[in-house]
Design a protein around this ligand. Structure first.
Ligand code: XIL
Length: 387
């Protein structure tokens, strides 16, 4: 395994195009025959190349990838292989958030995300950035400043510096993450947050303008959760986000894409709501990314693993069946690729509620064995022919 220094030193610095990254070396031997469930899978390497999620996505005009926790990539050779075999794009889970990137006002901790960028280049993958503005990642040092003009200047400088650092290198940026919260009852459904309190509602436009000025070509994305289901709460959030995005477009704010986080729950209903939501953005000329797909199965009563995995896979199939037919959808990323690293099993995670049982939300299990939802994901890529 490479040390962090070697990891960085081996980088090529080459910028990979979307098509090249997703497809390089992986399409050889891909005929039209869909071989969904190979009879025996002794190791995850059996699913590399034309059998990978990466290749199946690519065949249908999509890029598949995963979030990663960078220290894990640096310590685990098998995991490196799993990522490079299966993914056409990676996103660092935490390392580009303010708290990780800005330990102090004067510091930018670019080392870890830069090493991930080099890893993506060596493996002909794309990388996306997450995130320039999120209410949950606000460092203590900035909270102590009580001058709003100064906070605004730091905000714009941060976005400018970070976007310039990666200019021309990333496929997309989550410029603003999770800015809508209907429960706050603020105008436009905006969330009450440090940024809202100090910069006012204009902080969202400001962030997108600063990002565009620093990197003219990266796809600028608004990303949010709680919009996936066929229920009233999700419908209201969809309405508010759509209104916000339409307002941004009418003001000439440079937004290119909308991210649907896709943290799903087994047993919930997914269908027309998300399909209509995606189509609304398609009509506006925007791209749509499924940015953080996983399935929480706390609501499943059975403890039988096979039964649970089947229900989880069904949730993937149902949701992707609604989302993927729309050609606006360009990226599908799971939030990690193996259950070994899922945030749902994170220490102290409030998202894991069932006692004495681990979550199994991702395509590969803790031993990197493919699960039902690996095949559900791959079959979904194959099933939905896109325009
Ligand atoms: C999560 C990470 O996965 C965790 O490791 C961290 O402790 C908290 O944040 N929506 C988002 C992501 O946009 O940034 C969150 O990531 C998961 C929910």
């Amino acid at each position: 395994m490479l040390s962090r220094r070697e990891f960085i030193a081996k980088g090529t610095g080459t910028v990979v195009t979307m098509a090249a990254a997703a497809g390089t070396g992986l399409l050889a031997g891909c005929g039209n025959n869909i071989e969904s469930h190979p009879p025996t899978v002794n190791s995850f390497h059996d699913l590399a190349g034309p059998r990978s999620l990466r290749a199946h996505a690519r065949r249908h005009g999509l890029v598949y990838g995963s979030a990663v926790v960078i220290p894990v990539v640096e310590k685990n050779t098998d995991f490196d292989s799993l990522l490079s075999e299966q993914c056409g794009i990676l996103v660092p889970s935490n390392e580009l958030k303010w708290v990780a990137l800005r330990p102090s006002r004067d510091e930018f901790n670019f080392g870890p995300p830069d090493s991930l960028y080099d890893f993506t280049q060596r493996n002909h993958m794309l990388m996306r950035g997450h995130t320039l503005c999120w209410h949950e990642s606000v460092p203590g040092w900035i909270r102590k400043i009580d001058n709003k003009d100064e906070i605004k200047q730091i905000f714009v400088d941060h976005i400018t510096n970070v976007c310039k650092h990666y200019a021309g290198k990333l496929q997309s940026w989550d410029v603003v993450n999770e800015a809508i919260d209907p429960a706050a009852k603020l105008p436009g459904g905006l969330r009450k947050s440090f940024w809202y309190d100090n910069l006012g509602p204009d902080y969202i436009d400001l962030a997108f303008h600063a990002a565009r000025a620093a990197d003219p070509n990266v796809k600028l994305t608004y990303n949010d959760y709680g919009v996936e289901g066929d229920n009233d709460g999700d419908a209201e959030k969809r309405r508010l986000i759509l209104e916000m995005v339409k307002g941004m477009k009418s003001r000439g704010v440079p937004i290119d894409a909308v991210g649907i986080q896709s943290h799903l729950n087994a047993g919930q209903k997914y269908g027309q709501g998300v399909a209509d939501y995606i189509e609304a953005f398609h009509q506006l000329g925007l791209e749509v990314y499924l940015t953080e797909l996983d399935v929480n199965d706390d609501a499943t009563v059975s403890n039988d693993v096979a039964e649970r995995d089947a229900i989880i896979a069904k949730t993937y199939t149902e949701f992707l069946g609604a989302a993927l037919p729309n050609p606006a959808v360009k990226l599908v990323l799971t939030w990690d690729i193996s259950d070994r690293f899922t945030w749902l099993n994170g220490i102290g995670s409030h998202r894991k509620k069932q006692p004495n049982r681990s979550q199994r939300p991702l395509p590969f299990d803790v031993d990197f064995k493919p699960k039902d939802c690996f095949y559900a994901l791959r079959d979904s890529f194959d099933r939905h022919k896109r325009a």
